[in-house]
Design a protein. Structure first.
Length: 255
């Protein structure tokens, strides 16, 4: 089943130096851009992360320091990537919890102004876990009846993710072929920031989703605990989380 699209959608996958959204860097990004007319275009970018790639990460994706030492940094190619996915909704495998937050961090770190909150986000892993609860390799075998060659390579994983979503639409009649629906269905929390540190509660109130203030309204915490804002800003939290928190804080000053 082909996707029913109102906007182009960019399936993407990141290979990185690690799993810390705040500290780790992209070493490879692959994008499959699908247009409403069904046209598909694939681009893969290798990136010099500017920091050493840990051996345990290289063991997974097969990319070593030597492979990327002559590649451009994200700051050098970030605008090209931002332009390529401009106007696109976004999709990936575990993308809502990892790839989108980390990509947002890289854009901010490179001083590239692109607001990904305005896009729809479809997380194929969440759909899969709600329906079957397995891994991408198993998902590809289960839905597409194929072995995933080159697993943990960004392009192979991205193409497989795209094929899995199309097969999910063929298999489940109650899944609507509509990106608005799929974005809502594949979202576990309604995040305010990409990392899910701040979420909307059932009443639409911005609420902390971690630590001692988990479940408490952000505005109330900032008012009752003035030092909490400074503590977050001075510690190892994602830049995008800090950006969103600052927006909430400044919004109250402007009221």
């Amino acid at each position: 089943m082909n996707l029913n699209l109102k906007n182009p959608i960019a399936f993407f996958d990141l290979e990185t130096t690690g799993l810390n959204v705040s500290k780790d860097r992209i070493v490879e990004i692959a994008i499959v851009k699908v247009s409403p007319n069904g046209k598909e275009e694939t681009k893969t970018f290798r990136v010099n992360p500017g920091i050493p790639i840990p051996a345990e990460s290289s063991a997974i994706h097969g990319i070593f320091d030597e492979d990327v030492k002559d590649e451009p940094t994200f700051k050098e190619i970030g605008k090209t990537i931002a332009k390529y996915i401009e106007g696109c909704d976004l999709a990936g495998y575990n993308s809502n919890r990892f790839d989108i937050p980390l990509l947002a961090e890289e854009f901010l770190r490179a001083d590239i102004d692109t607001d990904m909150r305005k896009r729809k986000h479809v997380d194929v892993q969440t759909i899969f876990h709600k329906m079957e609860q397995r891994t991408l390799t198993a998902a590809y075998k289960f839905y597409c009846a194929k072995d995933l060659e080159g697993a943990h390579g960004a392009e192979a994983d991205t193409v497989a993710t795209y094929e899995v979503l199309k097969s999910q639409l063929d298999r489940y009649e109650d899944l609507e072929n509509d990106i608005d629906y799929l974005a809502k269905f594949s979202t576990q929390n309604k995040n305010v920031d990409f990392a899910g540190m701040i979420i909307y509660d059932k009443k639409g109130v911005e609420t902390f989703n971690f630590g001692k203030n988990k479940g408490k309204a952000v505005e109330a915490v900032l008012k009752e605990q003035p030092g909490y804002y400074g503590w977050i800003m001075n510690n190892d939290f994602p830049r995008y989380t800090k950006k969103v928190l600052t927006e909430i804080k400044l919004r109250n000053f402007n009221m």
